[in-house]
Design a protein around this ligand. Sequence first.
Ligand SMILES: [Zn+2]
Length: 95
Amino acid sequence: MNSLLKCRYCGWVGGKSDFEWDHMDPKIKTESFLLDFLQGKLELICSGCNRQKSDKTSQDYTFWRWLFPRQANFGPIRAHTFMDTLLQRIHREIR
Ligand SMILES: [Zn+2]
């Protein structure tokens, strides 16, 4: 029986074939996948989140998911949209 994995970002549960290795912080990755793996810089996340996360750090991606919970595409966001959304989101949290 195949063990199931759970994506720590979206909570999706699936088999290993649906998960991908991702650099938690893409900016500090080296040329060696093995070295990065051994140093704990990689984690398994679902392929959907890996697409969305792209070159963001784990911290940034977690923040984007919190800020735009229903947004499927985490592409570039204009500055004023970002600030408006952030303020609305904070307002909702503290109400
Ligand atoms: Zn996911």
